[in-house]
Design a binder for this molecule. Structure first.
Ligand code: HEC
Ligand code: HEC
Length: 346
């Protein structure tokens, strides 16, 4: 398959100007014989003000991706489930299948290098967390074992989805009520419109936002995935996802492990913009003439039998710019519920 232009230019969204270069650092519990894997965190203000170079942001993103977190960083989540809800009962929070399951993102995403794919042993039991905190079985009816994929090409994938979303949403404006087929980048989606609103759809949710991540296509952006993965795999909470409590500002400790601001907004920006431009996988053209001919024949057969009706040979980006964050990201979850773990039982 031919690939769309692979180089992606990164741009951080400059929303704020004041730039206090005050780096947050966590401390270990008194007497704990270790130190945090991440010695300094990054503030979004310092990214947005332009005080930090892209290289510095990317280096910090990689450091977060390969860091082997420990309790000093806030690893573990006594009060949250893998899905990010408050844990209702006081049961052991550490279980390999429903996660936390590893110390580092790169513990799984490691082949051929950090950000890449994973060994069989790094398979994830997706949905096992629906039985969180105690999972008794990894039978297919209860969970879905998946191999770790590489993030190579994930930035262009996110931008393709964004361009398709903008296109689909703009097509709906002014359409009469009834059934319509909307096409973007050669992919068709059926929608039903009533009173100017999309009330039913096929292939995309009624909000017409393309969600390119997860096997089932349910996550909008690398940033959203990253926030979920840090909580799920490591028990590290992104403040933008968990601690944005109007009553407490950015100072909540949603998972109640005693570590505040485990992952700053700037940290998430850094680890996202590090993942986005990882090289796009390319087709290797054989030097051998016979092999090249066989591949060409295979390409024709692939098309003739209809594989390309779903596996599009190419999806072209209009722009090579990746602007972070994705405007279609879900709003942060506001942590208003208090934990019921310590509620006295009657
Ligand atoms: C225990 C292994 C494991 C760990 C640890 C892990 N991942 Fe993953 N990751 C996976 C698997 C498996 C998938 C595929 C999930 C699916 O398709 O449902 C995945 C998918 C992803 C994707 C989606 C990529 C795409 O193109 O669809 C992103 C982004 C991602 N991981 C980021 C992270 C980050 C960031 C961390 C660390 C906070 C992390 N992962 C830690 C196993 C892991
Ligand atoms: C109706 C749409 C559709 C058609 C037609 C289709 N596929 Fe797929 N294919 C998919 C989807 C969706 C996936 C991803 C499934 C998943 O991740 O669970 C997939 C996955 C694959 C994969 C695994 C890719 C990977 O990276 O793991 C291969 C190989 C594949 N298809 C080959 C083919 C071939 C060959 C044909 C034609 C004979 C074909 N497909 C026709 C939808 C389709």
């Amino acid at each position: 398959m031919r690939k769309a232009k692979s180089r992606l230019v990164l741009a951080a969204l400059l929303t704020m100007c004041a730039a206090p270069l005050t780096a947050l650092a966590h401390e270990c519990p008194p007497g704990f014989p270790d130190e945090p894997a991440i010695s300094k965190h990054m503030e979004q203000l310092d990214i947005a003000s332009g005080a930090l170079s892209f290289d510095a942001i990317g280096d910090h993103g990689k450091a977060l991706f390969v860091a082997r977190f420990n309790v000093c960083d806030g690893q573990g989540r006594p009060a949250t489930t893998s899905g990010g809800d408050k844990r209702a009962v006081d049961e052991p929070a550490k279980l390999r299948t429903s996660a936390p399951d590893s110390d580092a993102c790169a513990g799984c995403h490691a082949q051929p290098r950090a950000g890449g794919a994973g060994d069989f042993v790094a398979n994830v039991f997706v949905l096992a967390q629906t039985l969180d905190p105690t999972t008794f079985s990894v039978a297919p009816e209860l969970s879905d074992e998946r191999n770790t994929l590489g993030m190579n090409g994930s930035g262009p994938i996110e931008m393709l989805a964004r361009e398709m979303t903008v296109d689909l949403q703009s097509q709906v404006a002014g359409l009469p009520d009834g059934n319509h087929t909307l096409t973007t980048k050669g992919v068709a989606f059926d929608v039903m419109i009533s009173d100017g609103q999309v009330v039913a759809s096929r292939g995309v949710n009624t909000d017409l936002i393309i969600r390119p991540f997860h096997q089932a296509g349910v996550v909008i952006s690398l940033r959203e995935f990253t926030d979920n993965a840090f909580n799920h795999h490591h028990g590290i909470q992104a403040e933008e996802r968990f601690d944005l409590n109007p009553a407490k500002g950015f100072d909540a400790d949603y998972d109640e492990d005693g570590v505040h601001r485990e992952l700053t907004v700037g940290d998430v920006t850094a680890v996202t913009v590090w993942q986005a431009p990882l090289g796009v996988p390319r087709r290797v053209i054989s030097k051998d003439n016979d092999e090249r001919q066989m591949a060409r024949r295979g390409e024709r057969v692939f098309d003739d039998v209809g594989c390309t009706s779903c596996h599009k040979p190419e999806l072209l980006l209009e722009s090579r710019l990746l602007v972070e964050p994705n405007p279609f990201n879900p709003p942060p979850r506001v942590a208003t519920r208090t934990s019921v773990r310590n509620t006295p039982t009657i």
